[in-house]
Design a protein around this ligand. Structure first.
Ligand code: SAH
Length: 470
């Protein structure tokens, strides 16, 4: 982070603005919203600005800036059109360790103004660290649509009962759950529809009731193949409310960062022949944590029910009587195929698709090969990198044309995505000469040839990865 986001209390505090034009006026308006007492110094001051600062708490001085203007000030803004004056203000403020902002000169700013959504007392601030104010503004507009305007009055209401709730409900976990239920339930709904008195009454009734011990729950969530944009809304919502997160190796840091910041995060990732935590232990842990009243997020790469052992985990949960939710995710086959420009089925080339594990058991890839050599079928191999030469060899041995196209997709849907294409005959050799990084997915079938036609036009594909067969 280049800037630490903080919210500054400026009520009845002196803020200095040097400059008297339109830019200065916008800053003054912002300061007034925070109830600051403004000292404005400028040779020329717009009459509207002068009007804005009428009243005896503010000071307007029509003269040149002097260092004495900094006396008793908490914050400084320079908004003149003279670079020399702006610099002088910056230097004088810096000498006194005062936070200073020189408008439109990021190098002369010790703080910057974010784009804000004001639903006071709820305030959302968005910043691009000065690199693109337009982007921050667009983002703000998008966020604005998610935050109902009644959130301000809702927050004010909740604030009134905060102490009482603290007093009545001593457990932090139970209290937190209580507030979540209020915010997601009928009290909030009443506030949104403007029925403040009824909302108050209901909130008080809720507080009267004995608060139950929190019951835990497990969310088995598919995090998709890598690109955070491929998460579902439901996944994101549960990610942001879970108390504990158990995640595996396939879940990227970027996605992990989207879970609740103060949630405990436990890596239980599995790697080929290097299981960080045995499956049984993971299942036991889910049960134990949920029994402690926690909301446990089991975050898995792709989809939890496709080579994800999700079935085994819920068996344990069901046996222990623990409530759970399962959230599907985009499985690697769908994600990689889409981002590589390879349709898994196609009217002319493939009427069916199979997902198969290429994981070696006892060093042999023990699959029903006769089922996998059918024409007009796409076969996707998960966990197949080590057995790739064996897969190609067996498919040819069982009658598949050696010229059948095959693609190997590395780290699909991420910026590191790479796609290698070849044929069953050439692929094993081609891969030997490359430094291939896990995870990888293999697609076999005529549809792979369509990539040359389609991938050029795709915009979400990583630029490092040209569509030419290697
Ligand atoms: N439940 C997951 C699969 C877990 S098995 C899902 O639905 O996608 C792990 C295998 O998934 C890896 O060995 C690899 O074959 C595949 N895989 C997962 N993410 C991938 C990615 N981003 N790129 C390529 N392959 C991926």
């Amino acid at each position: 982070m280049d800037y630490l986001p903080i919210f500054l209390r400026l009520k009845h505090q002196r803020a200095l603005v040097v400059g008297g034009g339109h830019v200065a006026m916008r800053k003054v308006q912002m300061l007034l919203r925070a109830d600051a007492e403004v000292r404005l110094v400028a040779l020329d001051v717009l009459s509207e600005l002068q009007q804005l600062l009428q009243g005896n708490v503010h000071e307007v001085a029509q003269r040149a800036f002097t260092e004495a203007d900094l006396l008793g000030v908490k914050l400084v803004i320079a908004a003149t059109d003279s670079p020399e004056i702006n610099l002088a203000v910056y230097e004088a403020a810096t000498l006194l360790n005062l936070p200073v902002n020189v408008v439109d000169q990021p190098q002369l700013c010790s703080f910057i103004f974010p784009s804000i959504i004001d639903r006071s007392p709820v305030v959302v601030a968005v910043s691009s660290g000065g690199s693109s104010p337009v982007l921050a503004r667009l983002l703000r507009a998008r966020l604005e649509t998610y935050i109902p305007s009644a959130y301000g009055s809702l927050a004010a209401l909740l604030g009134q009962y905060r102490q009482l709730a603290k007093h009545r409900i001593s457990s932090i976990t139970v209290r937190m759950r209580f507030w979540e239920q209020i915010i997601n339930g009928p009290v909030a709904e009443l506030m949104m529809s403007g029925q403040e008195e009824r909302a108050k009454l209901l909130l008080e009734q809720n507080l009267e009731h004995d608060q139950q011990v929190a019951t835990g729950e497990v969310y088995l969530v598919g995090a998709g193949p890598g690109d955070p944009d491929l998460l579902t809304f439901r996944a994101l919502r549960l990610m942001q409310q879970a108390d504990v997160v158990l995640y595996d190796r396939l879940v990227s840091q970027q996605i992990l960062n989207m879970t609740r910041q103060d949630a405990e995060k436990i890596h239980v990732g599995k790697q080929r022949s290097m299981h960080t935590m045995p499956q049984e232990e993971i299942s036991n842990m889910l049960v134990t944590l949920a029994l402690q009243g926690k909301r446990v997020l089991r975050l898995k790469g792709g989809d939890p029910f496709i080579f994800g052992r999700g079935g085994e985990e819920i068996e344990e949960l069901a046996a222990a009587g623990i409530p759970f939710q399962i959230v599907p995710g985009i499985t690697a086959a769908s994600g990689c195929a889409a981002y590589a420009g390879i349709p898994l089925t196609h009217r002319d080339y493939a009427q069916s698709v199979r997902f198969v594990t290429g994981h070696l058991k006892n060093e042999t890839c023990d699959l029903d090969w006769s089922q996998l050599v059918q024409k007009e079928q796409t076969v996707v191999y998960y966990m197949g990198l080590v057995s790739l030469p064996e897969i190609c060899r067996q498919l040819i041995a069982h009658g598949r044309d050696p010229g059948t196209p095959i693609a190997l997709i590395q780290q699909g849907t991420t910026p590191q995505q790479k796609v290698y294409t070849g044929t069953l005959a050439t692929m094993p050799q081609l891969i030997k000469s490359k430094e291939v990084k896990a995870p990888t997915l293999i697609i076999v079938g005529e549809v792979v040839n369509l990539r040359d036609k389609l991938a050029w036009r795709q915009t979400q594909e990583s630029s490092a990865d040209g569509p030419v067969a290697e």
